[in-house]
Each structure stands twice: as structure tokens, then as C-alpha cells.
Ligand binder design. Structure first.
Ligand SMILES: [Fe+2]
Ligand SMILES: [Fe+2]
Length: 135
């Protein structure tokens, strides 16, 4: 069973953002499968790396759209992204030292992502769609 089933409540309505979110969910599910199947530390670490790399790419992509929203809104959103990257770096190091399990890191990422998508990212998408409406 996948960790996260993509559903309409997660859609922001912005095609590019939603497409990238479905990829993030797919990688999270793959990480979950890898842990569940006991594929071993090396494989799990690789999928975790892929998840982190894709998250960075996705954040850059969203941030490039933020030129269309007020700068204080963009700064707050970028701050959320930067804090997540920082936290994940710390968690990843803890994971490597065996202080937390990959499952704990996965649970943290899942909760963060769902909250961020349904809150901050939806607000970004609706600002972008208002921006596209003729005055
Ligand atoms: Fe996002
Ligand atoms: Fe975001």
C-alpha cells in the first residue's frame, strides 16, 4: 500500500506545480516501499538522496514563479523551503549516525509535504491564477 495516495485535495490547480508534487509523492512512496521491503541501507539512502535532489529542484522551480507574487509572500515561502532543506540535512546526518531511522525521516517529510502543499503551495497557486486574470 502506498504511503500517500494522490487525491484532489492535494491539487493546487497549477499544472506545473501539481505535476512536480505527484513526482515528489511517487518518490516518497518509493522510499516507503524500500524501507518496508527491507531493501537495505544503501538502497534506501539512494532513494532518500533522489527525494532530496528532486525537492531542491521543485523548490527552485516554485521560487522562479514567485516573481509574480508580493515580495513578502515570496520571502516567507522561500523561508519555509530553506528551513525544510536545513532540517532534512540535519535529519539525514542523524540517520547516517543511526540516531533516527529512515522511517522517522520519511514520516517527517510526509507530514511536512502534505501540510506545505495544502497550505503554502495552494496559496501560491491561487495568487498565480489571480495574476493571470485580466484586470
Ligand atoms: Fe511545492
Ligand atoms: Fe512550496
Amino acid at each position: 500500500m502506498p504511503l500517500i495516495e494522490w487525491n484532489a485535495s492535494m491539487a493546487t490547480g497549477h499544472m506545473e506545480i501539481d505535476a512536480q508534487h505527484t513526482v515528489l509523492v511517487a518518490i516518497l512512496n518509493r522510499l516507503h516501499d524500500s524501507i518496508q521491503a527491507g531493501e537495505g541501507e544503501a538502497t534506501t539512502a539512494l532513494v532518500l538522496r533522489e527525494l532530496i535532489e528532486y525537492t531542491r529542484y521543485h523548490f527552485r522551480s516554485e521560487e522562479s514563479l514567485m516573481v509574480h507574487v508580493p515580495s513578502e509572500v515570496a520571502q516567507a515561502h522561500k523561508g519555509n523551503h530553506a528551513r525544510l532543506i536545513q532540517q532534512v540535512r540535519e535529519f539525514e546526518a542523524q540517520c547516517e549516525r543511526g540516531e533516527i531511522s529512515p522511517q522517522e525521516l520519511l514520516d517527517f517529510l510526509k507530514d511536512w509535504l502534505l501540510l506545505h502543499i495544502t497550505g503554502t503551495d495552494k496559496q501560491l497557486a491561487s495568487s498565480l491564477s489571480r495574476e493571470r486574470q485580466p484586470a
